[in-house]
Design a protein around this ligand. Sequence first.
Ligand code: PLP
Ligand code: COI
Length: 356
Amino acid sequence: MNIDWSKLSFHYTETDYIVRSACKDGVWEEPYATKDMTIQLHVASTGLQYGQQAFEGLKAFRGVDGKARIFRMRENARRMAKSAEGLMMTPPPEDIFCRAIVLALKKNIDYLPPYETGATLYFRPILIATTHEISVAPGKDCELIIVATPIGAYFPGKFHCTPFIVERHIDRAAPFGTGTWKVGGNYGASFRATEAAHAQGYDCMFTDAKTHKYIDECSAANFIGIRRITDRSADRVQTASLTDRYTIEYLTPRSSAILPSITNDSLITLAKEMGMKVTRRHIRVEELAQMDEAAACGTACVISPIGKVYDPDKNITYHFGDEPGPVLTKLYHALKDIQYGRAEDKHHWCDIIDNS
Ligand code: PLP
Ligand code: COI
């Protein structure tokens, strides 16, 4: 095996093993590793016909101390269980999910990129319903499959900004539909909008499907806005990187159609520790004008700062500058420092895997 880690991006590179565990009549088998990268799926499987499927995304890091760390895998296990319940599949138990991830890491340990590269080993757990049925009804038998693939540093050069375009004509998920679950159908539904945005040189900012007034998600990532509140009556907080005294507000959308991002949850914890005010509420697109910094956040990028947002329906562009702002930069490094073992892991977010 000879991988040029610096050439990796967010694309699939085959590794040696996948890990599988099937659930039949409510009983899960012990996860096992196999070199066969294909699965046999019966043509009548409800996963194939009706999209009864869910997936996850999480990473392992080679730390500064040479140890392998998996970030918040129990949270991914819980989210997959919720997605499974949402689509009426049998949720994989947390211990089966976590044992499967650890096995996928151990069997593919040669693909865990060295510390200095900034590359990581990404796990893509997939859950698919395997019950044979032709009527429109959910199947309970399913299979959990863990795919592992090394991916490159999201920002191989400089931490930089990306432009977004507001989308009001294609919806990713309905207000009380499947948006809070990580199911394939949401992503298929988003392709037309994300590809149209890319063709114009942007990433896609989805608005809520009911009114199209509020920010929902940034492509496949949550939205974060940073606002400095200078109101003299507000509580004053000083952050280490800023010289003046402000309250810094971390704003993120409340919506019944967005995925609960584990990265966003981690950043919220760090933001509170840094003394920021965290607000989760409906955010109107026009409120971008009052924000000092904005970003997308998710496992792949941690934080991807937004340089500008173009609203084609109103012909307005909201500018955030060409360089990532100080608050988002501080949050970005704080989380990465924990993932790479450079900072204390106070919240026990990382599982250190021995002998790997
Ligand atoms: N929103 C969507 C639609 C996603 O697909 C993802 C990625 O998993 C996120 C948000 C970010 O979630 P997380 O931070 O758990 O990766
Ligand atoms: C992320 O991990 O941040 C994502 O955007 C998930 C996507 C690749 C499905």
